[in-house]
Design a protein around this ligand. Sequence first.
Ligand code: NAD
Length: 350
Amino acid sequence: MKMLITGGAGFIGSALIRYLIENTEHQVLNIDKLTYASNLVCLKSIENHPRYQFQQIDICDKAMFNIVNNFEPTIIMHLAAESHVDRSIDSGLPFIQTNIVGTFNLLEAARHYYSTLDKDKKANFRFHHISTDEVYGDLEGTNALFNEQTPYQPSSPYSATKASADHLVRAWHRTYGLPVVITNCSNNYGYYQFPEKLIPLIILNALDGQPLPIYGTGEQIRDWLFVDDHVKALYLVATQGKIGETYNIGGHNEVKNIDVVKNICRILDKLRPKDYLHESLIIFVTDRPGHDARYAIDATKIEKELGWQPQETFETGLQKTVEWYWANLDWCQRVLHSNYDRQRLGSQSN
Ligand code: NAD
């Protein structure tokens, strides 16, 4: 099969591409604008593989029509996005542009291409939109879980643009018959995550003896999923998901931010003992405006219908992640020095 992946130089997209090249026979075209959040080093291990191609382009560009037509994808997996909530609060326009206008442009390119296909190729074609659980809003004060019927109530500019994109994708299915699948996933963590998100930021600051900033009191709850488990779920949905359906993906790992940070500290205390406990570096900073208190996913549908189960617990995945960052400090330094403003010390929930 031919897989067109957007955002393949980002955290999840690069993990997906490494998985596709290493575990399948598919051809992969990676489309990425290479924003601050991207890093082609994540793809070093497969960059010269004969089944892999890369093209640097903005998904908002009309040239996407020709790119899709020329590559003739069987499946488009759309991950490209502005993904950082704090940046969306500082400046929403890039989020509107990429997450809404870019998704619209890609849907139109896919619709045009789909209309040229014969019956057999039409039957195989899929447009898989990769979205987030943040579109559902906040579960504060309840024990409820997000399921595929939960109404949308996004809180941040980021989640509002992702919700808009989800609506566009559903409309292109209903109005134009474009064969789509959508996934809404909880917070990911793992190797090669850009070091302004909570887990890599805390690991790197702790290794550096720097303060470990936590928003508010750190009571916010996220449902953490190891990125490789997400990637396997994405591949299952893209290839076996039912057209027009949505699948929630989550790791059954509800953890408070403060406990995430304390767990990282405990791992580092053992891995790299110091004459102080890493927890002593924790500081509390002013909370993010509109900060959602709790997200939690009901992943029953993907588990029952597609047989997916996460393989990592939060403990095993976090241990691997901390060890990876410690062993790859050169990658982190390169990313930090090339694209990251170290002044941004706010601790990120997602
Ligand atoms: P990321 O920020 O690490 O990567 C995004 C990639 O998209 C980058 O490589 C960037 O260069 C590229 N990109 C941005 N704008 C573009 C444009 N206009 N044209 C082409 N490429 C562009 O994001 P991520 O964490 O890998 O997330 C990938 C997708 O998964 C996003 O759609 C996000 O909403 C969704 N998601 C992420 C999480 C998470 O915890 N990280 C959870 C659920 C869903």
